[in-house]
Structures are given as structure tokens and as C-alpha cells.
Design a protein around this ligand. Structure first.
Ligand SMILES: [Zn+2]
Length: 312
């Protein structure tokens, strides 16, 4: 089982929202497409791992750790009975070629080397484990998961590399080597989880302020800003998608909170953010029945309880 599930990285969540609310450059669009694709590839591998019998593996999705002020990220960490496996996952497509440890596109553009990236993460992880007196062999693999990815000139001696056509056989072999998870593995997994740093130092976010962002809610289906209330529902005038007032307002609250975690959630703020033509009472009803009220009267504000997210 996954002892830490992969989540949509906060950076990706934020940029997904921002693209609808500010002028978005071509470069930012490319970065967003790239990040979405990377995330998709990682989720794809999660599904392959989840096909293993639940009691026979422990895995950690998106593991970020620090050692001596250096950070490294491991897309997926799999704990086997007698070793740890680190996965670096790539979802690139098209023709590429390999030359002296480097990766190039067919047109000769050199990409950031996944081989160096994986070596560095593995070396740092080894040091981290050593510093805690943890002795266990480590294997690492670079998985290229896109079915339309081709790599020319890759020598068969690169043991780390798993190409799309090899993925099934690779996971079958892994599965054949699994055995029921032991107490020792569970203890180790807990130690490793404690190394995980939830806040990534690698965030690259565009600068934005509340004032400059486009306000209002966009349709969750077609992303047009064309929502109107109709018969106790919110209806998109473009694609006719319907959602409840509660769902729409909570969606707005969650987006506002993710974009501006330090701003207080107040009635007036949420009204300004969502700009739905519904009464104050309707807003207030959704806020007070789904969020936790702090203070009262003029200075009241709301905080999101953990469970509010799941309702959205
Ligand atoms: Zn729509």
C-alpha cells in the first residue's frame, strides 16, 4: 500500500487556477503543460504499483528530503523486503537519443539529464540513510512511461533505464519478488516518512496579487466565466453545466484559500471573489454550515476544516 499518497503539487494547483485569472505567457503555458504531463506520468506509475497485492509492498509517492542543506526529490519510493527502489518518472514523448549520459531531442536539443538527476538523488539519499545508521541496498530506475517515447543509441548496459516497451515486464518481475510486508519494513517506512519535507524549496510561481486577478467563478466544466444562478442552482450559460450553490461557493473558497493562504476568509471577500448573483444570506449559509466561524459580528471570518476540502 501507499503510506503516503501522491497529491497534486500545490504549485500545479495554483498555476491551474492562475491560468484562468491572469495574462498567461506562452512560456507559462508550456510550463503548465509540462508539469501536468509529468504529474500524469507519476499517477500512471502509481496505478501500476497499486496492482500489486496491498499487503506486499509499501510505497511513498513524491518524496522530498534534505541532507546538508541540499534537497532532492524522488518521484516514487518503493520499499521491498531487502532493498529500497527509487523511481524517477519521465512522461516525454517523441524521438530522443542518448549520448554519453545525456539525453537529447531528435533535433539535438539537450534536455536536463534524468541520469544525472537520478544519480544525484540516489547519492544524497544514501548519505541521508547512512547518517541515521540505516543500512539497506538501494536500486534506482528511470521509467519512461509515454508509449510514444523512443530512445535511440541507448546502450543495453544502462541498468537504470526502463523504456515504455519494457514497463510491463519490469513491473511483473518486481511483483514476482514481493513478499508480505514485515514489521521491520513498516518501522523503516515510518522513519523514511519522517524525512519527507512537505514544503518544496523548488517552487516557481508567477507573482500575483489579489487585486490583479480576474474575479468571479469560472465553469468547472468548460472554464468560461459565464455562471448564473437559476432555480437554486448555478448554471453555465455556455455549456449548461449545473452545480449546486453550495458546491460553487465552496469551490470558490477553496481556490481563494489555495491562492491566498494568508488572507482571511470573510463574507465580503468571498462575495467579491465569487461574484455570483446570489444573496448574502445564501453565501453566509454555505460558509457557516461548511466552515468553522471565528469571532462573531463584524469581525467574523471562517477557516476551512480538513473535511471541507473533501466535500468540494
Ligand atoms: Zn460551462
Amino acid at each position: 500500500m501507499f503510506i503516503k499518497q501522491r497529491e497534486v503539487p500545490s504549485e500545479l494547483k495554483i498555476t491551474r487556477f492562475l491560468q484562468h485569472r491572469m495574462n498567461w505567457t506562452e512560456k507559462e503555458t508550456r510550463q503548465l503543460v509540462y508539469d501536468e504531463k509529468g504529474f500524469e506520468g507519476e499517477v500512471f506509475v502509481d496505478h501500476l504499483i497499486e496492482k500489486f497485492p496491498d499487503d506486499n509492498y509499501l510505497a511513498i509517492g513524491d518524496f522530498l528530503f534534505e541532507f546538508n542543506s541540499s534537497y532532492a526529490q524522488i518521484d516514487t519510493l518503493l520499499l521491498m523486503a531487502n532493498k529500497l527502489i527509487l523511481f524517477e518518472i519521465k512522461n516525454k514523448e517523441g524521438d530522443h537519443y542518448y549520448e554519453e549520459g545525456k539525453l537529447f531531442t531528435a533535433s539535438g536539443y539537450e534536455l536536463k539529464s534524468p541520469f544525472e538527476q537520478s544519480d544525484r538523488a540516489e547519492a544524497l539519499f544514501r548519505k541521508k540513510l547512512q547518517s541515521f545508521g540505516i543500512k539497506i541496498p538501494i536500486d534506482s530506475y528511470i521509467l519512461f512511461v509515454h508509449p510514444e517515447f523512443t530512445l535511440y543509441q541507448a546502450p543495453m548496459t544502462i541498468r537504470k533505464l526502463v523504456l515504455p516497451t519494457q514497463l510491463n515486464a519490469f513491473f511483473k518481475k518486481l511483483e514476482a519478488n514481493l513478499s508480505p510486508v514485515s514489521r521491520k519494513q513498516i518501522d523503516l517506512s515510518q522513519k523514511l516518512l519522517n524525512f519527507h519535507q512537505p514544503d518544496s524549496p523548488f517552487k516557481r510561481l508567477p507573482n500575483y496579487t489579489y487585486e490583479e486577478l480576474k474575479k468571479g467563478l469560472y465553469c468547472e466544466s468548460c472554464t468560461n466565466f459565464s455562471l448564473s444562478p437559476s432555480d437554486k442552482k448555478i448554471v453555465c450559460q455556455t455549456c449548461k453545466h449545473e452545480e449546486s450553490i453550495k458546491h460553487a461557493v465552496l469551490r470558490g473558497v477553496e481556490e481563494f484559500h489555495i491562492l491566498f493562504p494568508n488572507h482571511k476568509i470573510t463574507l465580503s471577500r468571498i462575495k467579491d471573489w465569487c461574484r455570483l448573483e446570489i444573496s448574502d444570506r445564501s453565501y453566509q449559509h454555505v460558509l457557516s454550515s461548511n466552515l468553522v466561524v471565528k469571532n462573531h459580528g463584524r469581525y467574523s471570518y471562517y477557516i476551512l476544516a480538513e473535511k471541507t476540502y473533501r466535500k468540494v
